[in-house]
Write a protein that binds this ligand. Structure first.
Ligand code: GDP
Length: 365
């Protein structure tokens, strides 16, 4: 096939991978103006479609951001902070300000302490070498926090362009589509003043005559548990409404399994409650610590699922890490799955797929 480039965003056209950058159905190649599907949808339906690239590809594409004066809005999934923080962002943005936006707030219990959550997000970003100007919490599906975010974007961008950056599945397209719909009258602006960019794979949605909101492709991060399980399993572990805490009274030498994707052993300490915050559909099993290895070996993929039997092979082995808690209330965080809130003077051991590391934070509820 002769090499073709999208006349919207400049990306090289391909016809085999619908979810990746540059996809166009082959039937569309005969048209006079060849657009990738993402640009086509924006032009004709005012809608942004999610596409993905690898972190390395993204790094290659972004010298443009580095060389501009612009605002970078980094969207992350508050359910999977470790999996959705783009660790290469500081290299990409250089001196441009970053707004960190935690999405999917609608899934957290109403009693969540937003201030503590924001503090934790800030510290996670700092650990990744990211200096963020401000943190916002939103739900792009329900619309929570969007007005504040929009005002902040206006304030921080200082009449410059805005790049929206995130890994796949954080809700970046949902947010942009909402922003497009909310700006009344913009419908025509996009179609008429839609200008073929010179960028590769970035698409521009004009904010005014001179500046634009720029959608960048979603980055695939291998630390996201989503990459190791099937779409069906992903539906089970992804909360679809506000999560209800499930409380277990646990003695030491007992273990909890979260499907077959995570496990928490109560190694040492007095009896106490483990408050579990996971998707309401994810089954939790309690067992004796002595039995836990055997139960996992014999029943992963069945009783202990997701992962389903079919996707079990994709899943890296479980690795353990041990945490000592000294009387303060803490959350043991299983990225992409949820967390368990514990307190007291206790020792716990967490098991999670290799590469998807469990961490600890001050309790946010
Ligand atoms: P992208 O890959 O970052 O563009 O993500 P999408 O916008 O395609 O969203 C990924 C998934 O997350 C979809 O199933 C969305 O419905 C869901 N999602 C996005 N934003 C929110 C939100 O604010 N709350 C909830 N509960 N789900 C969301």
């Amino acid at each position: 096939m002769e090499k073709l480039n999208c006349q919207g965003c400049g990306v090289q056209i391909q016809t085999s991978k619908p979810k990746e950058l540059g996809y166009t159905p082959s039937s569309a190649l005969t048209k006079e103006t060849v657009l990738c599907q993402r640009c086509f949808r924006l032009k004709h339906y005012n809608e942004i479609q999610a596409v993905s690239v690898t972190d390395d590809e993204f790094l290659e594409m972004v010298s443009e951001i580095r060389d501009t004066d612009s605002l970078v809005v980094h969207i992350i999934d508050i359910f999977d902070v470790n999996g959705s923080l783009v660790k290469s962002l500081p290299r990409i943005t250089r001196d441009n300000p970053i707004l960190l936006v935690g999405n999917k707030m609608d899934l957290l219990p109403k009693s969540t302490n937003n201030r503590k959550l924001m503090q934790w997000l800030r510290s996670q970003a700092k650990d990744a070498g990211m200096n963020v100007s401000d943190v916002y919490l939103i739900s792009s599906v329900k619309g929570h926090g969007l007005d504040e975010l929009k005002q902040a974007i206006e304030r921080y961008r200082d009449n410059q362009d805005v790049y929206i950056v995130g890994t796949t599945n954080v809700g970046k397209s949902t947010l942009i589509n909402r922003l497009i719909k909310d700006s009344s009258g913009v419908k025509d602006v996009i179609t008429t003043s839609y200008f073929p960019g010179t960028t590769l794979g970035f698409i521009e949605i004009p904010l005014d005559n001179d500046t634009a909101l720029i959608d960048t492709p979603g980055i695939v991060n291998k630390q996201q548990i989503a990459h190791y399980i099937s779409d069906k399993d992903l539906k089970v572990i992804t909360p679809n409404k506000e999560i209800k805490p499930r409380i277990y009274q646990i003695n030491s030498k007992q273990s909890l399994f979260f499907g077959g994707l995570g496990r928490l052993d109560f190694v040492k300490g007095d009896k106490q409650s483990f408050v579990c915050y996971f998707s309401n559909q994810l089954p939790i099993h309690r067992t004796k610590l002595d039995n836990a290895d055997k139960l996992y070996a014999e029943h992963k993929g069945e009783l202990l699922s997701p992962p389903s039997q079919e996707t079990l092979e994709l899943l890296p082995e479980l690795r353990e890490s041990t945490f000592r808690i000294n009387n303060e209330k803490a959350d043991i965080v299983f990225p992409g799955l949820g967390w368990v809130s514990v307190s007291g003077d206790i020792t716990v051991t967490a098991h999670s797929p290799k590469g998807v590391a469990v961490s600890i934070r001050k309790a946010i509820i």
